[in-house]
Design a protein around this ligand. Structure first.
Ligand code: SF4
Length: 416
């Protein structure tokens, strides 16, 4: 039986989809990329914005148009929201309480389809194992309840994976996996529920000898002690994604985020003192309901001051069930104009940062190849297109940076 998996949203969803995929393959289901050939379509959904929910609805109707006979399952953070919408027709919704029933339901479907041949595992699975970067979920849930966010309701309270289990999972990876990314919904709070900490987890992961990096962090984790522990690790890749969300203290308060812009900026300075070459990227929400033009100007000022290597800009969209739903909302035109303004500044800073790397030699992990060259990621988390006269493996290479092209570095590897 063939299953198509559509993954929306964050790295945690990507990780969970990979786990579902592995489990299905282990149970003799075949993974397909072709919706029209699938017996079931699994949509691992995201609920972080209204746009994300719209995308789930769109994927449901697109899948149905492509293949009216396929059974559609919706999992993940958007499942509860989708279950309220009866106009979507027959969809099996699996929320956090019943997500573990997926395999039973699919097995039952397969038994009922006795006239179909049982497919063998192939194709996509092998492709996944040639990928050389692995996202591992070490934590789930969030206790923060930011006023705009539905995730704590959809995912529940914080829960960390024990260190021993994380180490076992990483140790079992094939040697072709060269880098591991530790992900979580609120990664900074890793370990608080099990008497451990993110620093302790990093120290243990480091001993496995594989390069690793951290996904999104909250500013509170950045302390001199935490950074000094990271600087001692041989395999830590120095890129930090630190969520700002707003540069206005007033907006941060209304978002229920417990820091000021000055405190955030101080944390970025600590990072740069500890890691000379560290890149810092961020998430910013534009058009939070109470955000005035003056508040937005403060966000622009923080963006200019910190010089983020990349800003992931989220136009605010109301999520039902959140505190911010009750606030008077801004008009879409105000939000669009602010997004445009921040995007221009973000692009300018990003280009400046990339250009400053021309002439340097960066260690890059080659992950793919296309007509432009080899596609890689540097230790600092820059996308790099690498030219080489000799064939390169999916491995680490020192690349001399010779240019910049639309948010990517261009590098060359000589005498590989
Ligand atoms: S920290 Fe805030 S934005 Fe992030 S998942 Fe938790 S509640 Fe949502």
């Amino acid at each position: 039986m063939k299953i198509k998996i559509i993954t929306l949203g964050c790295k945690v969803n990507q990780y969970e989809s990979e786990k579902i995929k592995e489990n299905l393959i282990k149970n003799n289901f075949e993974i397909t990329n072709d919706t029209s050939a699938a017996d079931a379509v699994l949509i691992n959904s995201c609920a972080v914005t209204n746009m994300a929910i719209k995308k789930v609805r769109y994927d449901i109707s697109l899948s149905r148009r492509k293949n009216a006979g396929a059974k559609i399952f919706v999992l993940g953070c958007g499942a509860d929201e989708i279950s309220k919408n009866s106009s979507l027709g027959q969809v099996v919704v699996l929320n956090k309480e019943n997500a573990d029933k997926l395999l039973n339901l699919l097995t039952e479907m397969r038994l009922n389809a006795q006239n179909r041949a049982v497919a063998t595992p192939q194709g996509k699975f092998e492709q996944n194992h040639t990928r050389n970067r692995y996202f591992i979920k070490v934590q789930d849930g969030c206790n923060n309840f930011c006023s705009y966010c539905i995730v704590p309701f959809a995912r529940g309270r914080e829960k960390s994976v024990p260190i021993a289990d994380v180490l076992t999972e990483i140790s079992a990876l094939p040697e072709t996996i060269k880098e591991v990314v530790l992900t979580g919904i609120n990664l900074s709070n890793y370990g608080l529920d099990i008497g451990s900490s993110l620093a302790e987890l990093c120290a243990e992961v480091d001993k496995l000898g594989r390069k690793f990096r951290l996904s999104s962090l909250e500013q509170h984790i950045i302390t001199p002690k935490f950074l000094s522990e990271l600087t001692r690790l041989k395999n830590f890749q120095p890129s930090f994604h630190l969520c700002l969300q707003s540069g206005s203290d007033k907006t941060l308060r209304e978002m229920n985020r417990h820091y000021t812009a000055a405190e955030f900026i101080a944390k970025t300075k600590l990072i740069r003192e500890a890691f000379k070459n560290a890149t810092i990227s961020t998430d910013i929400i534009v058009g939070f309901p109470t955000e005035t033009d003056a508040d937005f100007r403060e966000t622009l000022a923080v963006a200019e001051k910190v010089k983020f290597a990349h800003i992931h800009i989220f136009p605010y969209s109301v999520r039902s069930g959140t505190v911010a739903e009750k606030f008077k909302q801004l008009t879409p035109s105000v939000i669009t104009a602010r997004v445009r303004e921040l995007t221009e500044i973000a692009n300018k800073i990003e280009t400046e940062i990339l250009s400053a790397h021309v002439g340097k030699t960066l260690t890059c992990l080659i992950e793919n190849k296309n007509q432009s060259g080899y596609i890689g990621t540097s230790a600092e988390n820059f996308d790099v297109i690498i030219k080489s006269e000799t064939p390169l493996e999916l491995d680490f290479y020192a690349a001399k940076i010779i240019g910049v092209s639309w948010k990517k570095l261009i590098g060359e590897v000589k005498n590989a």
